[in-house]
Write a protein that binds this ligand. Sequence first.
Ligand code: T4K
Length: 384
Amino acid sequence: MRSKHFLPSSDDQILERPLHVGCPNMGSRSAFLKRVDEILDSRWFSNNGPLVQEFERRIANFLQVKHCICVCNATVGLEIAARAAGVKGEVIVPSYTFVATAHALQWQEITPVFADVDPTTHNINPAFIERHITPRTSAIFATHLWGRACPVENLESIAKKHGLLLMFDAAHAFGCSYRGQWIGGFGLAEVFSFHATKFLNSFEGGAITTNEDDLAQKIRLMTNFGFSGYDNVVHLGTNGKMTEICAAMGLANLEAIDDLILTNRKNYECYRTSLARIPGLCLMEYPSDEKCNFQYIVVEVQDNAKATRDFLVELLHAHNILVRKYFWPCCHRMEPYRSLYPYSGNFLHCSEKLSERILVLPTGNSIGEKDILRTCNVLGSALS
Ligand code: T4K
């Protein structure tokens, strides 16, 4: 399968700039730098500063959700949200997701129980959840993978039937909707990531959103060591705070969100046109009746393709196009899960298949049409 014919010479490589999946987006540099000056002048750098408060207010308004608590990253956000909600025992999660979804639970000795996903949406498949429910199950933690909403209503009815909590890892899903309503207000709580690689980034960061007043209050306490005012610790807590500089970046990017989504959408359409000519590749579709941030260009390498996914990754990397095999391997094939739960793969056929076949291509506002054509030409050279 592998052929030297497709590999570029070292001269070609030097000429072509690297294209990264996850290359950070930037909104207005001047809007960001103006806020940085304000931060330095005010000498207020962290601990619920004015920019974090503004970022929280604007996210809550945007998503039309009652509460938003910004955090230092989504992983800590997931840990805090689970703990504040009283999640314990076993929790049903997808295995085809970033490992943080499972780690956030295992970190606090809650057992992630992996359920299989749907081959089209790549989200947890409600049909496979009930078989994993035991007397120890306390919750379902579902990921809106790639920003495509989970089947929320089905999950709600399973959770209700079995008395389980329902929460969402919404790390990919800022600016996406389910049945016309922004993701952010579903389940007990949802957790967003604003990591550098996310289309809306705050360098590092995240946010927990909820419509539950008591839960929001508890999450806020837990994010700041359990402090309620000066010198008064009323709860167990950790340090999950977002800094002012991160909020400044988040605000500059939130102000640019329409442009960022438009760029992602244009890139997606450009990929769609170019990939349609290449046999053996299937571009992930996003539902046309929902809002979507188009931050991931997800391509499935099909059985009839003339090259494997791994060959294509190697080839693209040789051309300085740094595509990713998200999410390979699945969580259950990573430590500590591989050793702790060695048989969990028996029920995860679709997850395993996807993790062997999915290729994620570069997008964002550092990528243009020329870069997309360059990427598709390399793919075409191997597959046509
Ligand atoms: N849940 C889900 C479903 C998630 O996808 C994530 C994170 C989380 C929870 C947890 O969220 P956080 O706690 O991170 O807020 C990257 C990100 O680090 C991670 O945030 C993200 N998901 C995941 C999908 O991607 P890696 O292991 O792929 O990172 P790395 O270092 O290989 O970088 C990814 C790509 O981005 C590379 O091609 C290089 C490029 N890059 C990266 C950075 C940081 C840049 O071009 N510039 C940069 O500054 O995890």
